[in-house]
Design a protein around this ligand. Structure first.
Ligand SMILES: [Zn+2]
Length: 260
């Protein structure tokens, strides 16, 4: 039985961007004039943790208006049904990964994560690459970042702060497990997804990003960011995105090299 408290304290990262996930998987809240946007909803057992984390940073769960998913793996949409039932928020996912969450394709990674039930939900809004979602003065630009799943998205979130704007970004999936030869062959999928993954990293090289969000906390050193925040340091770093892309490239390249 998992605790109702997250093992990473919730905190405001910068401006209206909050971390409300756990060490297992990230959940981020964006507090906009039109309501709160959640990026991903975690594992099913994280429901109470998310409610507790949001309350601890003064975010009212009833103000959640959007549940936006990075990709169609169960660790990122595990609380979607319950959060939607609680708040009435609209759900969003890429048109491509909707095939997973609506049950057409059995690629939700639920089996690999140890869940029996094939999880599905009916998504309200299907995102195409390049779509820009607007919530008050915050915009979420959604770009294709395929590889980890065919419909993985990257998000570029621009919000007001300090009289200007800043951009937080998340690559929606860099874990190599779902690009492994064993997984792809078992599911009859092509190894081409790896080429698409690296091409996506190349496309993002020139993006101007001030704050990197992790799809999982290891990707952006979330606990270090919490410590910096507690020490009163800003998390804005215009070089971090470049370092993240290098890390992602090496992480997946090393995995593929070991497998060969
Ligand atoms: Zn995944």
């Amino acid at each position: 039985m998992k605790s109702a408290k997250s093992d990473i304290e919730a905190f405001r990262m910068h401006g209206n961007v909050y971390f409300v996930g756990s060490s297992d998987v990230s959940v981020h809240a964006i507090d906009t004039e039109e309501g709160i946007v959640l990026i991903d909803t975690g594992y099913p057992y994280m429901y109470e943790q998310i409610l507790d984390s949001m309350a601890s940073v003064g975010l009212d769960i009833s103000r959640v208006v959007a549940l936006i998913h990075s990709h169609g793996h169960y660790d990122h949409f595990g609380c979607t049904e319950r959060l939607k039932a609680l708040t009435g928020a609209k759900t969003y996912i890429s048109r491509t990964d909707n095939e997973i969450v609506n049950g057409t394709l059995d690629l939700s990674w639920a089996e690999e994560l140890g869940f029996d039930r094939l999880p599905t939900f009916d998504c309200d809004v299907l995102i195409d690459p390049g779509d820009v979602l607007t919530f008050g003065s915050t915009t979420v630009r959604c770009e294709a970042a395929p590889g980890h799943t065919a419909g993985t998205l990257a998000f570029f979130i621009t919000s007001p702060s300090d009289g200007g704007f800043f951009t937080a970004a998340m690559h929606g999936g860099i874990g190599p497990g779902s690009m492994s030869r064993a997984f792809l062959e078992k599911r009859g999928l092509s190894l081409e997804c790896r080429e698409k993954f690296f091409a996506g990293l190349d496309r993002f090289a020139d993006e101007k990003v001030d704050l990197v969000l992790g799809n999982h906390p290891y990707q952006n050193k979330t606990p270090d960011k919490l410590a910096k925040t507690k020490a009163g340091e800003s998390l804005l770093d215009p070089e971090e995105w470049r370092r993240f892309l290098d890390f992602a490239r090496k992480y997946v390249s090393d995995y593929i090299a070991k497998e060969a």
